[in-house]
Design a protein around this ligand. Structure first.
Ligand code: BG6
Length: 513
């Protein structure tokens, strides 16, 4: 199903880029469920302040926190201020804060108590009258998926999903969206029974990253790259999301979920879709979604999984100069836990463009360093007119899109070594965002919260994309569920041996980022 958000023939993304007009949200408010959680403190609240600081929120913008704590308005304001001071990207400005704080409120309640939701509904109506939010509310569900049905039910019951007053109501939903295809379908049904798909904004924060959006700019604004993006030239593609952090403190969310559900199902398959999709007719949400859906429909996991996938769990080791615990010693993890912290798998895309090109996706915690990148590894030139010894130091050409950190693009190719003999060696041509541009990139959550308020859905996966991504991953998850323990890998290394073997079997190796 696609979204119908704006006029089919206008292109908000492109128009704004051309004219460089700031995008300011119209009258609106935001309710955050799960406001006492980590994500709200580290990302959502600072992003709201950053948007205010950049002048992108409307005059009467209001923020309501909803949670079980018995907080007054002032206490919640204090919590928001602390989160902002600790994490905001832009500097603290007293005047901006004062204006924002006037619109900050807190309502105490859980997800089952009708009266608390009635109080919340009354609060939104009161704010509509006093601060001019005009019935325009985004409800941000930063809560585990088993609470989505209750919250949606309560929003409907209390009249907060009702738009007969002429305002808009949107729901913004954090991942994980289910734990397999079936549960995602059920959740989508529950959400879509209350909110039409055009009012549902599912967050995949990777799509809010500038470098991820640059994949589209790079491919479709240039003649240089995209003509090579196909099976004639590309040998294989590696998509890597490596993290150096461990899971201390996140057991509640992560145990039983694991690396593949946590990031391959969403972030990495979205990166695959953006790299592999055809050119969209425009950047209108519906046009983008159509192309992504086509690729995801054509994507399959490659088996046999014993040979084409790998999974691991970090054990104690050294992360640089710091000695760190293994997963099973982390607080809150069952010492018997079989949750994987490393996952690698092979996918294929059954299309004329990509037939025969494996896409290797890998992710892990406590790896050598933090890096997310997409590497297109090219085939060797069909003929190399060089003598013995002249190309010993030449490897396959490579195009690497570095999503983070050191955001940029790197091209690896062969070049003559200066001197009187013809010897060719790998060299790198490196584009770096921070050197090319003076503007600082906004945080992904700034972009996504603003887009939800503006009804710009380009960067939000639809229900169909989410379900297709689970469908692609489910066979691997089922296989792993029957295959005992993941392999161990020491913290600070590049993952389990099985991951290297999986590549070696095909005569390939992982790039060491
Ligand atoms: C989240 C995952 O979606 O992305 C986390 O749940 C992960 O496990 C995080 O650490 C990484 O995000 P980023 O933006 O730091 O790469």
């Amino acid at each position: 199903m696609t979204n119908d958000h704006a006029d089919q023939w206008t292109n908000p993304l492109r128009d704004r880029l051309d004219k460089r007009l700031p995008r300011i949200a119209g009258p609106s408010g935001l309710v955050i469920f799960g406001v006492t959680g980590d994500l709200a403190r580290k990302k959502l609240l600072p992003a709201v302040y950053d948007l205010a600081n950049r002048g992108l929120l409307p005059a009467g913008f209001s923020l309501i926190g909803y949670g079980r704590r018995d907080w007054s308005k002032e206490e919640f304001e204090g919590q928001v201020a602390a989160a902002v001071k600790e994490r905001a990207r832009t500097p603290w400005r007293e005047a901006v804060w004062k204006r924002l704080a006037e619109g900050i409120f807190f309502v105490t309640g859980d997800f089952t108590t009708d009266s608390a939701f009635d109080e919340l509904a009354a609060k939104t109506r009161e704010i509509d009258e006093e601060r001019g939010t005009a019935g325009n509310w985004a409800y941000y569900l930063s809560v585990p998926p088993d609470h989505f049905p209750q919250v949606c039910h309560q929003l409907e019951r209390s009249g907060m999903a009702d738009t007969s007053d002429g305002g808009w109501r949107r729901v913004v939903i954090e991942k994980p969206f289910g734990h397999d295809e079936e549960s995602a379908r059920e959740l989508n049904k529950i959400v879509n029974d209350v909110f039409p798909e055009s009012s549902v904004f599912r967050i995949d924060h990777y799509l809010g990253k500038e470098t991820v959006q640059n994949i589209l700019a790079m491919r479709f604004a240039n003649q240089l790259f995209d003509p090579l993006f196909n099976s004639h030239y590309v040998d294989h593609v590696q998509i890597t999301m490596a993290e150096d952090i461990g899971l201390g403190g996140r057991a509640g969310y992560y145990d039983g979920i694991g690396a593949a559900r946590d990031v391959i199902q969403n972030h990495l398959l979205q990166l695959l879709a953006l790299i592999a999709m055809e050119e969209p007719v425009t950047f209108h949400p519906a046009e983008l979604q159509v192309e992504k859906i086509k690729v995801l429909r054509a994507t399959r996991p490659v088996g046999p999984f014993a040979q084409t996938t790998a999974r691991g769990q970090y054990t104690s080791g050294w992360q640089g100069s710091e000695e760190v615990k293994g997963l099973r010693q982390e607080d809150g993890f069952d010492p018997e836990s079989t949750t994987e912290t490393y996952a690698a798998a092979t996918f294929e895309i059954n299309s004329r463009r990509w037939a025969g090109v494996p896409f290797y996706l890998r992710t892990g915690k406590r790896l050598g360093r933090r890096v997310t990148e997409i590497a297109l590894v090219f085939k060797q030139a069909p003929h190399l007119p060089f003598g013995p010894g002249q190309i010993n130091s030449l490897s396959n050409n490579m195009l690497v899109i570095r999503v983070q950190p050191d955001e940029g693009v790197l091209v690896r190719f062969g070049s003559k070594v200066p001197g009187s003999t013809m010897e060719v060696r790998d060299v790198n041509m490196d584009f770096s965002y921070s050197e090319a541009f003076t503007e600082e990139s906004p945080e992904a959550y700034e972009r996504l919260i603003l887009d939800a308020l503006l009804d710009e859905a380009s960067l939000f996966p639809t229900n169909e994309e989410v379900e297709l991504s689970w469908k692609i991953l489910d066979p691997i998850l089922e296989y792993w569920a029957e295959s005992g323990r993941p392999e161990d890998y020491p913290a600070g290394t590049w993952g389990p041996q099985g991951a290297d073997e999986m590549m070696r079997r095909n005569g390939r190796e992982w790039r060491r980022p």
